[in-house]
Design a protein around this ligand. Structure first.
Ligand code: PLP
Length: 447
């Protein structure tokens, strides 16, 4: 954690003054003195004081190929010079190439609708699902079932699908027709079962909800392969396959939100590949461009897309956004995927996770560590006040650990809502290019 050259004190103070006056920071209490990040290289970012930090969360679970990739910058510059903008009412080369590449990565036949953010991608999924049922003569199928603890975005529909009260309370009512079922949270099983010896009642909960709502009213269910932002909740191995079967039985669509789990984070190209399931709709963002440029996509099965071709003039999807599928972002995504492939970063992700886990194994014995959970290179460490009662660790304990790691040069995250308002799960999702030395640094810092 070597210190780099700091910004001139006066220049920094002037910058902070403008920040205090003009910038509204995301999802954080009013902050007079934020860390001002000025550069990034590999797994590291540097702030205005010259402090270097290992970006243990890849920003917001998104900078999968790491910082400072000049070849991505060059691809963006080249595309800007060639064609900076075109709508997708017509078509353009980077969007065509990217849609084809995503089909290769998805290992299935999908039509790709491009937007700007993960929230957008999910909104598009909801609208397409509703229209799809309309076009099949089943307009009453309009509801969506999601899970408590899930996070699907910040816009009204995506927040409606989200299952974390604290994120929603001041903004309700939200998207109409969203209901929630308990998560597959084995550490605190909502059905009082023991991990490994249950009948996956958490999957059955979806079918129960469909029956209570009435199958003729349910359009789709939405799940992340693993609930990430809600506290790294890893389901039983057969959970997703069971949801697929329930969806097939009740003519309900399966939407898989791969906004975090996609593009190698899970140790496979997409999170659902770990479970051998084919979704009807896959949403993605973040790792699609490693956040070098905003872009998201909603991949819709070819079978579903066919119903948008066959019903005459009225069957097109009446949805457009100005920036979705921007040529520069598509060129960035193509270069990003090229790097993921060339450097084998998907398998590197699985390696990083396993290596980190083996190095921090002894953490499990710590009196305040309830459970360590992992999915590819995404890790959650659930902190408790007491191992027996599982009382979630208090905010001050969590804050002290995060601050301690930061002081030693490691940025980690916190997530949760274990009990509404309790963010007692430490999270890590380092860049997939993280080196062996950096893995050792992360582990040593955590220990
Ligand atoms: N879905 C999941 C699983 C996410 O974690 C997020 C963001 O963290 C979103 C959707 C929303 O993505 P965005 O912030 O790009 O709107």
């Amino acid at each position: 954690n070597v210190k780099e050259e700091a910004m001139d004190t006066e220049a920094k103070e002037a910058l902070l003054e403008k920040d205090r006056k003009y910038v509204w920071h995301h999802i954080t209490p009013h902050n007079e003195n934020p860390m001002v990040v000025v550069s990034g290289e590999g797994s590291w970012i540097t702030d205005a004081d010259g402090n270097r930090y290992l970006d243990g969360m890849s920003g917001l679970w998104c900078v999968n190929v790491g910082h400072g990739r000049t070849e991505i910058a060059e691809a963006a510059a080249q595309q800007m010079k060639t064609l900076a903008y075109s709508t997708l009412i017509q078509s353009h080369v980077p969007a065509i190439e990217l849609a084809a590449k995503l089909n290769e990565w998805l290992e299935g036949e999908y039509r790709i609708f491009f937007s700007n953010s993960g929230s957008d991608a999910n909104e598009v999924a909801f609208k397409i699902a509703r229209q799809y049922h309309h076009q099949r003569g089943k307009p009453s199928k309009h509801k969506f079932i999601s899970r408590h603890r899930a996070y699907h975005g910040n816009s009204m529909g995506a927040l409606g699908a989200t299952g974390q009260a604290q994120r929603k309370l001041k903004y309700e009512p939200l998207g109409i027709g969203f209901t929630h079922v308990p998560p597959p949270y084995c550490y605190r099983c909502p059905f009082g079962q023991t991990k490994g010896s249950c009948e996956t009642q958490c999957a059955q909960a979806y079918e129960d909800a469909i029956m209570w709502e009435g199958p003729e009213s349910v359009a789709a269910i939405i799940v992340e392969p693993v609930i990430t932002g809600g506290g790294m909740i890893v389901p039983p191995d057969d959970y997703l396959a069971k949801l697929r079967a329930i969806c097939d039985k009740h003519d309900v669509l399966l939407i898989v939100d791969e906004v975090i789990c996609g593009f190698g984070r899970s140790g496979e190209r997409f999170g659902h590949h770990n479970y051998g399931v084919r979704p009807d709709i896959v949403t993605m963002a973040k790792g699609l461009t490693s956040a070098y440029s905003p872009l998201s996509a909603t991949a819709v099965s070819a079978e579903m897309y066919d119903s948008f071709k066959t019903n005459g003039a009225d069957s097109h999807f009446r949805h457009v956004n100005t920036f979705g599928g921007n040529p520069v972002s598509c060129a960035v995504a193509l270069k990003n995927i090229e790097i993921l492939e060339r450097e084998n970063l998907v398998s590197r992700s699985a390696y990083i996770g396993k290596e980190l886990l083996s190095r921090i194994e002894t953490l499990g014995e710590h009196p305040n560590v309830g459970e360590v959970r992992i999915f590819g290179s995404a890790i959650g460490i659930e902190l408790v006040e007491d191992k027996l009662t599982k009382e979630p660790a208090h905010a001050a304990t969590v804050a002290a650990i995060i601050a301690g790691c930061k002081q030693k040069g490691l940025l980690i995250g916190k997530n949760g809502d274990t009990v509404p308002g309790f963010m007692n799960i430490l999270t890590l999702s380092p860049p997939l290019s993280t080196t062996d030395d950096e893995i050792a640094f992360i582990a040593d810092t955590l220990l």
